[in-house]
Design a protein around this ligand. Structure first.
Ligand code: SF4
Ligand code: SF4
Ligand code: SF4
Length: 182
């Protein structure tokens, strides 16, 4: 697994800014205040997607892991419950996009990180489980020995890439991927 990209995104093809501004305004007006910001593809964020995305679907079709879905307003979102459940940071979505949505120089590509729910985690409830550690290729989940029960998972946010590989295998749905404030 790597954060590196294999090629450079295509250049924008004559964006219709007035139409996009209209679409963005209409979309934001309809977004419920309580809804969390959706996860956007790597090298993007909510603002860039709503500003520049033409909703063509090219990035969705390009994703070999099939984790990009048509979200609210027909804008692209990441769904780690779809496809392979993991972003490999291959860059295919960015290469396929013909608009100004992706920022190829963004490093790291996003602020998305795994979050462990202590109320759902089996290990915290006293059941031996280290599935997330085994799934993580970045050794971002560690278990320290603990007296009186099984070790609890601890996430190292500096190592976590937000790839999502740990979320699907978790038997308790205790792992979610969330975008941190930039
Ligand atoms: S970087 Fe690759 S795996 Fe990740 S969302 Fe884009 S196309 Fe899919
Ligand atoms: S895989 Fe899920 S239930 Fe198991 S230790 Fe990790 S977070 Fe907890
Ligand atoms: S999202 Fe999960 S699997 Fe991916 S680096 Fe972070 S802890 Fe590891």
């Amino acid at each position: 697994m790597s954060r590196s990209r294999t090629s450079t995104p295509a250049q924008p093809a004559g964006p219709d800014r007035a139409r996009r501004a209209f679409l963005r305004g209409a979309f934001l007006a309809g977004r419920a205040d309580t809804r969390p910001e959706p996860l956007r593809p790597p090298w993007t964020d909510d603002g860039r997607v709503l500003d520049a995305c033409t909703r063509c679907g090219d990035c969705l079709r390009a994703c070999p892991e099939q984790i990009l879905i048509t979200g609210e307003g027909s804008f692209p979102e990441v769904d780690f419950g779809a496809g392979s459940g993991e972003c490999t940071f291959c860059g295919a979505c960015a290469v396929a996009c013909r608009s100004e949505v992706f920022e190829p120089d963004r490093d790291p590509p996003w602020t998305t990180r795994a979050v462990i729910s202590e109320t759902r985690c089996l290990a915290v409830a006293g059941v031996h489980c280290e599935v997330c550690r085994d799934a993580c290729g970045e050794t971002a989940v560690r278990f320290r020995p603990r007296l009186g029960g099984p070790p609890h998972p601890e996430l190292d946010p500096d190592r976590c890439t937000g790839c999502g590989a740990c979320a699907t295998p978790c038997p308790a749905d205790a792992l979610t991927l969330q975008a941190e404030a930039a």
